[in-house]
Each structure stands twice: as structure tokens, then as C-alpha cells.
Design a protein around this ligand. Structure first.
Ligand code: TYM
Length: 325
């Protein structure tokens, strides 16, 4: 039996933070043992917000480097840049003809970015391209953080519409989210998620931050009134977020940790969180520093060649099914 296939993507916009790491990347690495994964740096998606060309080129290679440094193994996973596989954009056009405008307009991510002045057709149809990413490889599952749930529901809706017209062609992809870290919150506002685009860089820990930076960011993280460490997302969102982070980096449950640190005071607790994050990220940071841009670009080009041939198999069947073969 061939391994189940999974697909996931990450935008090369800004630096990869521990939310991306805990919600997605770490899970992607672990899945290599069981699945045949396809991981994509979705550079076309990044264009939905204005990008400086030199900055985008730099962010793209940095993102690929982080994936490799975190443990994505090109011998077991297919890894490439979305724009180097044009079948994504072709399928996106076709799937767009099945998309409901009402459904697209209700997407939280669209509404948030539109509010920030980012109105354009690409932003509106962003979930269609995301669906095409997944469908062009006909995968069964998609490992993501829980901010992608609406997009996955939208993808399944498109699959049902396509399949009901043309027969069961695309698998209905399921979402896989990690038990801890599926939604890491901002260190500065624990009621909103940690995000690459937050103007306050103290709101997130970057995977390549050095030890002093991590310690400083954790120390400055917003906490709650009182001084007792307890897991209570409603009343203690800041401390609960730090407990989630500590749990993800130690493998221990939040309840065990809350008990252990209940009387430690916020200072000692934060010190322990920072130390766990520093230790957990140290090997990734070192591997990142050791990687050479030219080697990374070579791996990405090789991956794109393999991805193009797999995606073309899907597209030739799709073209035939819809009458354009
Ligand atoms: P992106 O680039 O925003 O995020 C990449 C991955 O990181 C997860 N994530 C988080 N997880 C936990 N806590 C957080 N604070 C946090 N922030 C981000 C995201 O859930 C995601 O898994 N639309 C996607 C990219 C994409 C894609 C795809 C994903 C394009 N095509 C096809 C899956 C399948 C995005 O913007 O991810």
C-alpha cells in the first residue's frame, strides 16, 4: 500500500514564528515517518499583499531554509516553491468557477486583511488557490493550525461541487491539527493569534531568534493580574498561552506544568518558558545558520521538477474530465 499523501503550505511573508512552528512545521516533520508529504512555500499567495521584490525573494529562500532546518527531509518529502509549478494557478482558475462569492466574502482572513486596506481580487480568491494547492496533488489530509479551518471547509465544498458534476475525482481532504499549539497567541495581546504581520515584533518569537532575544520577549510578554500560575484561558489568557508554549516545548501537559509552577511566581515561570523555547529552537537555529542559499535553491528546483510532473498528471485528467483534454 502506498503511504497516504498530505499537503501543506506556508507563506513567505515575514519571519516564521513559533506559532507556525508549533501549529504546523513540527507536525510536518513528524508526519514524514508515516505519510508521503508535499510541502510548499506559497509565494503566489504572498502577492495578495504588496511585496517589495527583493524582500520577497529573500523571504522565500529564508522560509525554505527554515523548513529544511526544522527537519523537512527532501529525501522523504517533496518541497518546492508554488510559483515554479504553474499547474497550481491553472487549477485555481478552474476551481474558481465552482466557488461561491458569498462563501468567499465570509472568510475571516479576507475580512481582516480587507479591513487593513488590502482589497484586491487575489485576496478575495485566496482560498481558491489554496484549494488548488491541495487538490493538484489529490491528497487526503492537510496538517495546519486551526486558523485554516474555514479554508479547509471551503476546499471540501469545492471538492463536493466538482465531484458531483464530474464523478468522484478529488479525495475530500481532512484537516490535521496538533493537540497542543494549534493556536499560539500573541505575546502582547493573548486574545489574538501570534501573527507574522503584527507590527510589534515583541508579539512573536521567531524560530531563528537568539537566546537573549527569546528571553527578553518572554519577560516582556503580557501576563495577567495576580501572581499565581494557572491554566485558565478566559481569566488568565497570557499565562495560559505561556503554559501552552511550555507544554509544546517540553511534551508535558499544561495541567502538570500549572501545578508545578503554581507558586513559583511569574518571574521564575517565565524563565522556565524562555529556557524551554531556547533549548527547543537551538538545533533549528544552528541548522539554519549552517545551510547555504545555493544548496537550498537547488533542492527547491529539484522538488519543483518532481511536483510539476505529479501535478501535470492531475491536470491532464482534469482537462479531459471537463472537456478540454
Ligand atoms: P501561514 O503562512 O499563515 O501559516 C503557516 C502555518 O502556520 C499555522 N499558524 C499557526 N499555528 C498556530 N498558531 C499560530 N499563531 C499560527 N499562525 C499560523 C497556519 O495554520 C499554517 O498551517 N493559507 C495558508 C498557506 C497555504 C496553505 C495551502 C496551507 C496556502 N495553500 C494549502 C495548507 C494547504 C497560510 O496563510 O499559512
Amino acid at each position: 500500500m502506498t503511504a497516504k499523501r498530505v499537503f501543506s503550505g506556508i507563506q513567505p511573508s515575514g519571519d516564521i514564528h513559533i506559532g507556525n512552528y508549533m501549529g504546523a512545521l513540527r507536525n510536518w516533520v513528524a508526519m514524514q515517518d508515516e505519510y508521503a508529504p508535499v510541502y510548499c512555500v506559497v509565494d503566489l499567495h504572498a502577492l495578495t499583499l504588496p511585496q517589495d521584490p527583493a524582500e520577497l525573494a529573500g523571504a522565500r529562500v529564508r522560509t525554505a531554509k527554515i523548513l529544511l532546518a526544522a527537519g523537512i527531509d527532501p529525501g522523504r518529502s517533496l518541497i518546492y516553491y508554488q510559483s515554479q509549478v504553474p499547474q497550481h494557478a491553472e487549477l485555481s482558475w478552474i476551481m474558481g468557477t465552482f466557488a461561491s462569492m458569498g462563501h468567499l466574502g465570509r472568510m475571516t482572513q479576507y475580512k481582516e486583511k480587507e479591513d487593513k486596506g488590502g482589497q484586491n481580487l487575489g485576496l478575495f480568491s485566496y482560498p481558491v488557490l489554496m484549494a488548488a494547492d491541495i487538490l493538484v496533488h489529490r491528497v487526503h489530509a492537510v496538517p495546519v493550525g486551526n486558523d485554516q479551518t474555514q479554508h479547509l471547509e471551503f476546499t471540501r465544498d469545492l471538492v463536493e461541487r466538482f465531484n458531483s458534476r464530474y464523478g468522484d475525482f478529488f479525495p475530500v481532504p481532512e484537516q490535521i491539527t496538533p493537540p497542543v499549539g494549534a493556536r499560539v497567541m500573541s505575546l502582547k495581546d493573548p486574545t489574538s493569534k501570534m501573527s507574522k504581520s503584527d507590527p510589534d515584533s515583541g508579539s512573536r518569537i521567531i524560530v531563528t531568534d537568539d537566546a537573549d532575544t527569546i528571553l527578553a520577549k518572554v519577560r516582556r510578554a503580557v501576563t495577567d493580574s495576580g501572581n499565581r500560575v494557572a491554566y485558565d484561558v478566559e481569566r488568565k489568557p497570557g499565562i495560559s498561552n505561556l503554559l501552552d508554549i511550555l507544554s509544546a516545548f517540553t511534551g508535558r501537559s499544561v495541567h502538570q506544568l500549572a501545578e508545578e509552577y503554581s507558586a513559583a511566581g511569574y518571574g521564575r515561570f517565565k524563565q522556565a518558558v524562555a529556557e524551554a523555547v531556547i533549548a527547543g529552537l537551538a538545533p533549528v537555529r544552528q541548522a539554519y545558520l549552517d545551510l547555504d542559499d545555493a544548496d537550498v535553491e537547488w533542492i527547491m528546483a529539484e522538488g519543483a521538477a518532481v511536483a510539476r510532473s505529479g501535478a501535470e498528471e492531475t491536470m491532464s485528467e482534469v482537462r479531459r474530465l471537463i472537456g478540454l483534454g
